[in-house]
Design a protein around this ligand. Structure first.
Ligand SMILES: NC(=O)c1ccc[n+]([C@@H]2O[C@H](COP(=O)([O-])OP(=O)(O)OC[C@H]3O[C@@H](n4cnc5c(N)ncnc54)[C@H](O)[C@@H]3O)[C@@H](O)[C@H]2O)c1
Ligand SMILES: O=P(O)(O)OC[C@H](O)CO
Length: 333
């Protein structure tokens, strides 16, 4: 897609879950939109085509008539923008599956919030490993799929190292109720999304264990300090945490019961142990251990993240974790 292109870009969203379907729906609501939602299974594409809904992913939400559905990787041919909207841990295998069908000029945007658990690679790094030569961005920030798909006002961030690319993506993907802010801090923006999920689990634990609203406020602000240290150590911009992809998404995820990460944390706090997520995707449960491991390698302190990782792994119970956090040496804020 050239910088002064006037016809609508061809957009393909890979991953027909809640978020992929919501992003495809807002993009397809625009005049002249050329948007395809690419699922793994033909049954999903066929049901969406027949009913105009993706009932499993977004119950009760009618999708725009202009949105196309496919389960054939050939739909990626000629795409200007390809959104990766599958879970973080599926990114490498999805890149390997679909990479050959993606044209060399396509911009690729990860919309997931996590890091690769086995390697600690950021998702944009992983995509660059698998799909070299492409311009690669990240879309992150506070926004629940159902809110976005219902047309409730939402603001998020799209980041790429080149501001011209980030702006092109923001203009192509924004709509009347969905506003994207461009950024060049690709590292800070994606780490905000990955790390806030771990802190939302911590806030859920506090809620489930009945530890009070003051404790949640303390966790949000001390958690933000952890995010900031990690982002700076990974060569992102520490200030990015104050924006939509940091504080904005942390507050949303740590306080709304729509959040799967928060609900997972509440169950942990109530039961004192992890009983699984009931099949729901809980990105923070993957991110906790990798973030704690990378923080240790980088020599930075992430006590809340480490406590969440230890509780999920069954190495620590909630009460002991709390005692340990409260008895840390007194330091300046
Ligand atoms: N749901 C939200 O409100 C929301 C908002 C912002 C960001 N996100 C992020 O988006 C990502 C996806 O979340 P979701 O809520 O859509 O999850 P989901 O469980 O609703 O859907 C995931 C989808 O990915 C598909 N998938 C899995 N592996 C795949 C592969 N290898 N190739 C292609 N497709 C594959 C699954 O079939 C499923 O349709 C997560 O990282 C999440 O943090 C979600
Ligand atoms: O339901 P969650 O916890 O995965 O959160 C969804 C989004 O990341 C909120 O911005």
């Amino acid at each position: 897609m050239s910088a002064n292109q006037t016809i609508a870009p061809k957009i393909v969203v890979v991953g027909a879950g809640a978020f992929g379907t919501a992003l495809a729906a807002v993009a397809a609501a625009k005049a002249n939109a050329d948007v395809t939602l690419l699922s793994r299974r033909e049954e999903v594409a066929a049901e969406c085509r027949l009913t105009g809904r993706n009932e499993k992913a977004l119950p009760g939400i009618a999708l725009p008539a202009r949105l196309a559905f496919s389960a054939d990787a050939a739909a990626l041919a000629g795409a200007d923008i390809v959104l990766f909207a599958m879970p973080s841990q599926e990114h490498r295998s999805a890149a390997q599956t679909y990479g050959a069908a993606i044209g060399a000029d396509a911009m690729i945007v990860t919309c997931a919030k996590g890091m690769e658990q086995s390697t600690g690679r950021l998702l944009t790094e992983l995509l660059a490993d698998e799909l070299p030569g492409h311009r690669i961005g990240v879309l992150s920030g506070p926004g629940f799929a159902a809110d976005i798909a219902k047309g409730l006002p939402t603001a998020m961030v799209v980041a790429a190292p080149d501001m011209a690319v980030a702006t092109q993506l923001a203009e192509a993907l924004s709509g009347p109720t969905f506003r994207l802010y461009p950024s060049t801090d690709r590292i800070g923006v994606q780490l905000g999304g990955a790390l806030k999920n771990v802190l939302a689990i911590a806030c859920g634990i506090v809620e489930g264990a009945g530890l009070g609203d003051s404790a949640r406020a303390a966790l949000i602000s001390r958690g933000l300090a952890e995010m900031s240290r990690f982002i700076a150590a990974r060569s992102g911009e520490a200030d990015t945490v104050r924006g939509l992809s940091g504080l904005g998404d942390l507050v949303l995820t740590a306080t709304s019961h729509q959040s799967r990460n928060l609900r997972f944390g509440i169950a942990l706090g109530e039961n004192g142990r992890a009983d699984g997520s009931g099949g729901e995707l809980v990105e923070g449960a993957f991110a906790a251990s990798v973030a704690a491991r990378v923080a240790q390698d980088l020599g930075i302190e992430m006590p809340v993240t480490e406590a969440v990782a230890a509780i999920i792994d069954g190495r620590l119970d909630v009460r002991t974790a709390l005692e340990q956090l409260m008895s840390r040496p007194i330091t300046q804020e």
